[in-house]
Write a protein that binds this ligand. Structure first.
Ligand code: AHR
Length: 507
């Protein structure tokens, strides 16, 4: 058994927990919308076609904000196609995912669904094939009270009151060669600046996210952010980050250390934002919207799935990247959540991509059931329990050797302290595949606490690190009690199982 020690001190805090850190993403892609959140005629669907079984799982998981409608999809999307009488809406091809888009589901349907799901809407505009005019028209349609062409069209289409969407993405991944209407950093920086200006002239209360790099490995990473922000710093509020991780060739040790990459990626973007801020003598602070992150087998998608999708021809809502998540994936998701929380002073929004079916914590079948993937659990627990202030941690743990990142701490953690309720919550992963970790959390300035609940997600009895929640075994992996966690002499003592992500609640 290895020994790990974490020290927390109520005086050493990072920031308030940004509630928008627990965001998700609904794209018109594969079966996220159609047969995911929306399936008219399904036995569990209401009169609007919203699947109530899926909605119940969404509410249980607790996302606070949901990005919509893409993703790569948005870069070829005409938002006007998705409003007005459904029978008049055009059927289009979606080049991004080689799909037939019926437009049966659009902005009004999403606003109604979001209200029911109790989530804030984060609306993305198309800056791939479209520009300033369509962007400002959409803000007018959504947020202007009435008496103008676009706002009256919204009212005619059934929404008397403005949608009042506060959070907007200025396009998606426009640095990517795969993106419809991709751009150079200068082309995009100017377009983002002018679109932002025009959108804020319609509604000055909105908050805007500029597109950052699609990933840390993009050849333009760093210079893209620098150029875009040099143009648009004063007009935007956030710059986006996207990252997807996967296990390569059975190298679980490196996979379990991916939050090291996420930490470094975030630190790099903060450095770039702050360099532009200093050079431009700006006073306001631009922060980060990590609006796509998750585990995703992109090698399989690029080498196999995308070829099959193209071969299959144009189809309505085909299966696309319906990755099945196992125990290892869920522990990695837990460590990525830890990394986001540790950076809550600058990462103010984060969206796990995506919500249902498409690399998602929730799965559903057409005319069938809905269930929680393994990755549902860390998200649900952190979204529900991370409250108050984020605590700074000092971690001392044995190192695990990894091919990608060299030596990494065997434990990965984040913690919060809610001054109002006195609750402290520690989220901690044991990255070791075979060794328990004897954990001590020293609590400085936090007296009189006891463990009120302790749970862990780990390999279930009879399973292994590849065990997943399938349609037939929907509950194989879930949170189970972490036994014998207790406070002794002002410190939490617990034994973390190998390959686990645990939550220890103190009150
Ligand atoms: O989430 C899946 C896709 O990944 C999104 O459409 C795109 O933005 C990213 O490349």
């Amino acid at each position: 058994m290895s020994q790990a020690r974490i020290t927390i001190d109520r005086d050493f805090t990072i920031a308030d927990v940004p509630r928008r850190l627990f965001g998700s993403f609904v794209e018109h892609m594969g079966r996220c919308v159609y047969t995911g959140i929306y399936e008219p005629g399904h036995p569990q669907a209401d009169e609007r076609g919203f699947r109530q079984d899926v909605l119940a799982l969404v509410k249980e998981m607790g996302p606070t904000v949901v990005r919509y409608p893409g993703g790569n999809f948005v870069s070829g999307y005409r938002w006007e196609d998705g409003v007005g009488p459904v029978e008049d809406r055009p059927v289009r091809i979606d080049g991004a995912w080689h799909t037939i888009e019926t437009n049966a589901f659009g902005l009004h349907e999403f606003m109604d669904w979001a209200k029911e799901a109790d989530v804030e809407v984060m609306e993305a505009i198309n800056l791939g094939t479209r520009g300033v005019e369509e962007a400002r028209s959409l803000v007018e349609y959504a947020n202007h009270p009435g008496g103008t062409y676009w706002s009256d069209l919204r009212r005619k289409n059934g929404a008397e009151q403005p949608f009042d969407i506060k959070l907007w993405c200025l396009g998606n991944e426009l640095d990517g060669p795969w993106q419809i209407g991709g751009k150079t950093a200068t082309e995009y920086g100017r377009l983002a600046q002018e679109s932002a200006k025009a959108m804020k002239l319609v509604d000055p209360t909105i908050e805007l996210v500029a597109v950052g790099s699609s990933g840390r490995s993009m050849p333009t990473f760093g210079t893209w952010e620098h150029t875009v922000l040099t143009h648009a710093y004063d007009e935007v509020d956030f710059i986006s980050m996207h990252a997807y991780y996967q296990e390569h060739d059975g190298d679980a040790e490196s996979f379990l250390a991916e939050s090291v990459d996420m930490d470094a990626f975030i630190d790099g973007v903060i450095a770039t934002i702050d360099a532009v801020k200093a050079a431009g003598k700006h006073t306001k602070q631009v922060d980060i919207s990590f609006d796509e992150w998750n585990v995703w087998d992109q090698v399989k998608f690029n080498d196999v799935e995308s070829v099959e999708i193209a071969k299959a021809g144009w189809k309505k809502h085909p299966r696309v990247i319906e990755d099945t998540y196992n125990v290892t994936d869920a522990v990695v998701v837990g460590t990525l959540l830890n990394s986001l929380l540790r950076h809550g002073d600058r990462v103010k929004i984060a969206n796990q991509a995506q919500l249902v079916n498409v690399i998602a914590p929730i799965r559903s079948e057409e005319n069938g059931g809905a269930w929680r993937q393994t990755s549902f659990w860390p998200f649900e627990r952190m979204a529900r329990l991370a409250k108050g202030r984020i605590l700074r941690l000092a971690v001392s743990a044995p190192q695990i050797e990894t091919k990608r990142y060299g030596g990494v701490d065997s434990v990965d953690a984040a913690a919060t302290w809610d001054e109002e309720t006195g609750r402290v919550v520690v989220f901690v992963a044991n990255r070791s595949l075979d060794e328990e970790s004897d954990l001590t959390v020293e609590l400085r300035g936090l007296t009189g606490l006891r463990v009120v609940n302790a749970e862990t997600l780990t390999i279930p009895e009879g399973g292994d690190r590849h065990t997943a929640n399938l349609e037939t075994t929907q509950d194989a992996v879930h949170m189970v009690p972490l036994t014998a966690a207790e406070v002794v002499d002002g410190a939490v003592r617990a034994t973390l199982p190998p390959l686990s992500w645990s939550v220890i609640e103190l009150a």
